[in-house]
Write a new protein. Structure first.
Length: 255
């Protein structure tokens, strides 16, 4: 379990936004909703796990870029077919296409109480587009949570990762740190576990390198906005709801 002492809140020049951010976090335990949270971190850093804990704790929606794309493709829509062409060719989905899909998702009733964005934005340009999308709804990003974990830990963690095949469950296991009670079977729903095809060392290293090259500008962007919140983790850390509560309490103490 990671310690709240490993969490550092990055304060910057925009004092007003810092104060607003802290007030929003301080209000979480009082039932305030409508929080917009962005998850940052290299592939395999545990963003999905933390995002689910946050959504359960705050009762807000988890919007994963990958799930969003898969849902659109499954719908058979014109946009879904366009997405499928990009992804099958191994190309990056253009920003305008991503923004169009995200705009629709943010308009759904389930997103009105707040969201955790997992996988978007990934670039400064995308962050600026997101800001515009939210401004027209009189909203803003309240906090960007960065999961900071050493590259070698990510590789070790990812190659041993196993995922529940039941999409309604999606429980994640690790053959080293968080083994299922029965080999290959999900403890939660009893479905089979599987290993993602890209969860191999070579692919993971390439994805991490790409992330580092692209992430610096967006991390700096959220730093300058005064809303970056960084959590230092190691491979063996299994983040729990208790950790989430500790992080929020730790932030409240800084008011």
């Amino acid at each position: 379990m990671c310690s709240a002492q490993n969490v550092c809140l990055c304060f910057f020049k925009n004092t007003y936004r810092n104060v607003c951010f802290l007030k929003n976090i301080n209000s979480i335990n009082k039932g305030v909703k409508n929080l917009i949270i962005v998850m940052l971190g290299a592939p395999g850093s545990g963003k999905g796990t933390v995002a689910k804990l946050l959504t359960d704790t705050l009762n807000i929606e988890h919007i994963s870029t990958g799930d969003m794309f898969r849902e659109e493709i499954k719908s058979g829509s014109k946009l879904g077919k366009e997405l499928e062409n990009y992804m099958s060719d191994g190309k990056l989905v253009p920003d305008d296409v991503v923004i169009k899909i995200l705009d629709e998702r943010l308009s759904r009733p389930t997103a009105q109480n707040g969201v955790v964005l997992d996988g978007f934005p990934r670039t400064k340009i995308q962050a600026e587009h997101l800001k515009q999308l939210l401004e027209k709804r009189n909203k803003k990003v309240d906090v960007a949570i960065q999961l900071n974990i050493p590259d070698e830990d990510i590789i070790y963690r990812t190659v041993k990762r196993r995922i529940c095949s039941n999409k309604d469950c999606g429980a994640i296991y690790n053959l080293e740190f968080n083994k299922p009670k029965q080999d290959g079977i999900c403890d939660v729903c009893g479905s089979e576990l599987y290993r993602r095809e890209d969860d191999n060392e070579e692919t993971v290293k390439r994805r991490i390198d790409t992330y580092h090259k692209r992430s610096e500008p967006i991390i700096k962007y959220f730093e300058e906005e005064g809303i970056l919140y960084t959590v230092d983790l190691r491979a063996q850390d299994q983040v729990t709801k208790q950790d989430i509560d500790k992080w929020l309490k730790d932030i409240n103490k800084k008011i």
